[in-house]
Design a protein around this ligand. Structure first.
Ligand code: C2E
Ligand code: CA
Ligand code: CA
Length: 697
């Protein structure tokens, strides 16, 4: 070998070694094949990807590893383009495929060289991302949700929302301005949305929350609930507002229908007692402020029971509808005509002095006396009216209604047709005063005691709790029902000693039952007045500790109207009580017209449907619909539902079928003295209730 040849070989060898080392260190896989297709080179990176050793690979040919069709395509491509970058599938030793990015090159001699990058990880990430995006989209759609994002700085809104059950989706932006978006809202709600935005953007604002209607194409209205977060820069300025929308049209429609149903009389469609009470309260307050008296006329038909009994209910109903019509046509001065129940109606007449009220009462009677013929019968529609004028006769709805009632009975008794309220009609007023002073004494003398009424699970019949109900045995007047003295006590600051006495007595009885092996959760009623006591939570906590009663065994019942009485204060209080583990029940639900939206924010566990609704279930479908809606809405809020006033087994069965959780009422048990509870619990079985049904039929 010549010297020159030697040097050439040495340098060739050196470059070969360098090339080998380079190959080995490369992070990408390198595969080289001879024109025959036989592999002649493979680095460790490609060995790792394919799971072969280098020697094994060198025994193989291109088609053993590269997907066949792909090979043909690629060879054709290669022939034209020399170098090609593409995604291919390679077969591993274990038979599985791996997706790679290959840069292939065909040497002029037909040798094939490939540089391979493993794409599996990237692919998996991409698929995962696609899947999670898909899942989010499905979740949003399924929940009828949308997402929105407002770049505050550049005033650019992106909003994608699915509405309703239909597949129609509205996608807005990006790039829409906030004012374009505001134009999509119902005119009545745009203000609320704007206020919510301003509140969120104001210093310290963190959230955005509002329920509002949007108007879509073709004028369709949808209720959406918006929730979002405020994002701020380091200077604390809001830069972005983003969140979700939820289509709540179905819920809102049900709520509004429920509100309408609970506030109106099914037969005449007039406002009912609840709505009248609200309006009267507002009117009385206004009357006081502007010093313009307001009159309340309470009207009761004479001999209506006879009409019903002798001519039948259809005629009775027709009379009521006719009376409702006549009253509604009476006078423009009349602000509200309501049906209070049965054959009792009421009219609110604002800005009216006594003379005008008297003229109106007289005119009403005359108008009603015009004969009314139905199905060939001439039906009498005479009435008696009691008239009160606020503020002279009282400045709150309860007093006014009670006195109008007194005046109406006086009118009926005397046959005078109509009558103003006069103190001498009110035999109760003297008695009232003496009762008040007797309450304190009675507490000391042990004239009060507790009766207990069970709540049962409506499906299993298991005893779910006992409600403590106070009783007063007055030495002179005998039994005084709580409906008589609790309102009195509330008006005169006596609820504090009463409630504290009830807690002591009820928890002592709870312990007695527990010691007998019957630990049954205890429900105690508290009044709106108790919420104003600064140390109520403290008192409850100390009393539980004193008796060694676990907080979750105590349930506090609070009427819906007392909850509304002072929303902020009651919200805080309930929060503290429920944080202690005490359960909260909303009593008489349906009579106070609290919005369900409000309940959503309160730590309430149980909702007790007022017995006026439960009673209606028996006789009419509307009643069942109301109860069903209350149950569904309560369950949507995660609340347990109790029906009170269950008096027959048909109603109990219907309640169970509607998914009502618990029931309470005379059918199951009347309130009973403590001494009877243990026997009752021992003997109680659902079969009794069903048996009673059989007996009643
Ligand atoms: P509430 O809390 O709604 O209690 C239920 C009332 O309905 C009880 O009247 C009970 O006897 C009655 N009741 C139960 N089942 C039926 C039924 O199937 N049909 C009918 N028609 N009535 C039924 P009660 O004991 O006269 O109490 C009346 C109200 O007095 C209570 O209504 C509650 O608001 C108040 N009250 C009673 N005890 C207390 C108390 O200790 N503290 C406070 N703050 N209020 C109390
Ligand atoms: Ca109660
Ligand atoms: Ca109740």
């Amino acid at each position: 070998m010549s010297h020159a040849q030697h040097r050439l070989e040495a340098s060739l060898e050196a470059s070969e070694t360098r090339y080998q080392r380079l190959l080995e260190q490369a992070a990408v896989g390198v595969l080289i094949a001879a024109p025959t297709g036989q592999f002649v080179e493979a680095n460790s990176a490609i060995c790792a990807v394919l799971g072969y050793t280098r020697n094994e690979l060198l025994q193989l040919r291109v088609p053993d590893v590269l997907e066949l069709t792909a090979t043909r395509d690629r060879i054709a491509e290669l022939a034209e383009r020399q170098t090609v970058l593409s995604e291919r599938r390679l077969r591993r030793k274990d038979g599985t495929w791996v997706v790679v990015e290959v840069s292939t090159e065909l040497s002029p001699e037909g040798a094939f060289q490939a540089i391979v990058r493993d794409m599996t990880a990237r692919d998996e990430a991409e698929v995962a991302l696609r899947q999670s995006e898909e899942r989010l989209r499905l979740a949003l759609e399924g929940a009828q949700m949308g997402v929105w994002d407002w770049d505050v700085v550049h005033d650019s809104v992106f909003w994608s929302s699915r509405t309703g059950g239909d597949a129609q989706s509205d996608v807005l932006g990006p790039g829409q301005s906030a004012s374009t978006v505001l134009a999509l809202f119902h005119p009545e709600d745009a203000g609320a949305v704007q206020r919510a935005i301003l509140e969120a953007l104001a210093p310290g604002g963190t959230h955005f929350e509002v329920e509002a209607r949007t108007i879509g194409e073709g004028g369709t209205t949808r209720w959406l609930s918006f929730w979002g977060k405020v994002f701020r820069n380091t200077a604390g300025e809001p830069v972005r507002l983003a969140g979700t929308t939820l289509d709540i049209t179905a819920r809102k429609t049900a709520e509004l229908a429920l509100v309408h149903q609970t506030l109106h009389d099914g037969l005449t469609q007039l406002p009912n007692r609840i709505l009248l009470h609200q309006r009267l309260q507002a009117a009385a307050q206004k009357a006081k402020q502007v010093e313009q008296p307001v009159a309340l006329l309470l009207l009761d038909l004479d001999r209506f029971k006879e009409v019903n009994d002798t001519l039948g209910h259809p005629v009775g109903d027709a009379v009521l509808v006719e009376v409702a019509k006549r009253l509604s046509q009476m006078s423009e001065r009349v602000d509200t005509v309501a049906r209070l129940g049965g054959d009792e109606f009421a009219l609110i007449v604002p800005d009216t002095d006594r003379e005008t009220a008297a003229v109106l009462a007289q005119a009403l009677l005359q108008h009603l006396q015009e004969p009314f013929a139905f199905d060939g019968f001439v039906v009498p529609t005479d009435a008696s009216i009691g008239v009160v004028v606020s503020p002279d006769d009282g400045d709150d709805a309860d007093t006014l209604l009670q006195r109008a009632d007194v005046a109406m009975y006086a009118a009926k008794a005397s046959g005078a047709g109509w009558m103003f309220y006069a103190a001498e009609h009110d035999l109760h007023s003297v008695e009232r005063l003496s009762l008040l002073s007797d309450i304190r004494l009675g507490l000391e003398r042990g004239e009060f005691c507790l009766y207990y009424q069970p709540k049962i699970d409506s499906r299993s019949g298991r005893v779910a709790g006992l409600e403590a109900l106070i009783r007063w045995q007055h030495p002179k007047h005998g039994f005084v029902p709580p409906d008589r003295f609790i309102p009195l006590a509330e008006q005169s600051g006596l609820m504090r000693p009463i409630t504290r006495w009830v807690f002591d007595a009820a928890l002592a009885d709870y312990c007695r039952l527990r010691d007998l092996g019957r630990a049954i959760p205890m429900a105690i009623n508290i009044s709106a007045r108790n919420l104003d006591e600064g140390d109520l939570v403290d008192f409850v906590e100390r009393t539980l500790a004193r008796f060694g009663v676990a907080p979750h065994q105590l349930e506090i019942e609070l009427t819906e109207s007392s909850l509304m009485h002072n929303q902020k204060r009651s919200g805080e209080l309930l929060k503290q009580l429920s944080e202690m583990g005490i359960r909260i029940a909303i009593d008489d639900f349906g009579t106070g017209y609290s919005s369900l939206a409000l309940l959503r924010h309160l730590p309430v566990h149980q909702l007790k449907i007022d017995r006026s609704f439960v009673r209606e279930m028996d006789t009419n479908n509307g009643g069942r619909t109301i109860v069903r809606s209350i149950i569904d809405l309560a369950h949507n809020l995660g609340l347990e539902v109790v029906a009170e006033g269950v008096e027959d087994s048909f109603v109990l069965g219907t309640l169970a079928a509607l998914g009502c959780d618990q029931a309470q009422g005379y059918l199951i048990a009347k309130p009973m003295p403590f001494g009877q509870i243990t026997t009752w619990v021992k003997e109680w079985s659902v079969a009794d209730v069903t048996g009673q049904k059989a007996a009643a039929q």
